[in-house]
Write a protein that binds this ligand. Sequence first.
Ligand code: GLN
Length: 494
Amino acid sequence: MADRTLMHMTAARLRDAIARREVSAREVAEAALAQVEALDARVHAFNQVTPDLALAAAERIDRMVAAGEDLPPLAGVPAGIKDNMNLLGTRTTCSSRILENYESVYTCTAVQRLLDAGALPIGKCNMDEFAFGSSTENSAFGPTRNPWDLERVPGGSSGGSAAAVAARMATVSLGSDTGGSIRQPGALTGTVAVKPTYGRVSRYGLVAFASSLDQIGPFARTVEDAALVLQAIAGKDPMDATSVDEPVSDYIAALDAGVAGLRVGVVTDMLELEGCAGEVRASVERAAKAFADLGADVGEVELPMSRHGLSAYYIIGPAEASSNLARFDGIRYGYRVPDAEDVLDLCMRSRAEGFGTETIRRVMLGTYALSAGYYDAYYGQAQKTRTLIMREFAEAFERFDVLLTPTSPTVAFKIGEKASDPLAMYLSDVYTIPLNLAGLPGISVPAGLCEESGLPIGVQIAARHFDESTMFRAAAALEGALGLDMTPPLVRET
Ligand code: GLN
C-alpha cells in the first residue's frame, strides 16, 4: 500500500528524506499516483496521468541515492504540468478538441529544467482551452473542481495545476500566466503561485497565447517550494529570444531575511474597486498589518492607470492570440474534418469544429481589433495604455520595494455561475493583469479563509523587474506571520 501521507510533505522535506534514505523516490511516486487514484475522479485536475514517466524518473533518483551521488534540488518531487507545455511521451492538448490527439514532439525548456532538477512528472493538468479563461470551465474535457468545495471552480486558466497541488496529488506544478492564470487559481485554491518577470523563464515549448505577456511559473504549498521550482526553471534559454540573460539570484537564501525596513506599498484604490469582496479587502489589510508588525515600512499608493489594464488586455491579449492561433488550420496541426470540399472549407470547418466558444470569441475579438480602420482606435490605444501602466509602476517602485494588492476580487465561485457572462469572468483578473502588461513579477500567497464560506483568499505581492528575491522574501515573511493551515477538507477526510 502506498503511503499517501508522503504527499503532505513539502518538496524541500521530500528531497531531504530521500537523500537520507528514509523513503525512496519510487515510494513517493507511488504515493502521488495513489493520491491521484483516490481523488482525481472527483477533482479532474489531470488530462493525462503519466505513471511510466514518473516511475522512470523515480528510478533514476533511486539509482543516484544508491550510488551515493549528490541529489538535484527537486529530487523525487511529484510535479504536475499544465497541458499547454510540451513533454515528450505525452499529448499536449491545451484542453482543446483541435489538439486532442497531438503528441508532443519535443520537451518545453521549463519542463526539461524541472525534470533535470529531479522532479517526477505525474501528469498533464487540465486548463481552460488555450488558457482562455478564469475557471477551467472552458476545457473541452470538462471542468476541474476546487478541492475546497467540489461545486466550485479552482480558478483558471491553470486550474488543474492549482487543484493538483491543493489536493496533494502533486507537490508542485507548473502553470502559465498571461493575465493571471497562475496567481488567480493560486488564490482560489489556497496555494502559493508565482508569475515571474517577463523574460525570466523560457517560453520555448509553451503553446503561445499572447507572446508579449505569457510566462511559465510554479504552484506550491509553501513559498520555499515555489522558490525552489523557480530557481530550477529560470534563466536564459537560447531557444527563446525573449528570455533574458540576467543572473538568477539565490532565492532560498533570501527567504529568511525578514522585512524590517522593507517599503511595502498598499495599493489603496484597487481595494475600492466595485466588486472587491469585503473579506478580500480585510485580508489585504490584515497582511499590511502583519508586515507593519514585522517592522516593514508600510505606506499607501494609488495606481489609477491600472484600472484600464483590463480593457487594454482584452485588446492586446486577443490580438496576439488571434495571430498565434492561425497555425491551427486543420493542415499543419491537430484536428481535420474528414470530408472537406476544398482547402478553405477544410480550414474553416476544422477550426469551427475544433475550437470552443471562448476560443472563437478571442479570435474574433483579436482579428477585429487588428483590422484596417480599427487598428489605431483599438490596438494602438491599448498599447499606449500599456506604456502608461508601465510608467505608473516605475514611479510606485521608486517609493516602494514591493506592492500589496488582492489577487482576485472574490473567493472561488460556483461552477456555472459566470460561464454565460464573459465580462463577469474577465473581471476575475482585474488585479493580476496590470503586472503582465508591465512585465513585473507577482506572487499570490494564502492570506486567510473567508469566514462565511471557509474558502481561501490570496493576496498578491509585486516586485520590480527581476527582483523575485525581494518578492519571495516578503512572501515568506507574510507566510510565517500568518501561519495558516491550508489543507482542504477533501484532503483531510481522505
Ligand atoms: N483569465 C485571463 C484570460 O482569460 C487570463 C488567462 C491567462 O492568464 N492565461 O485571458
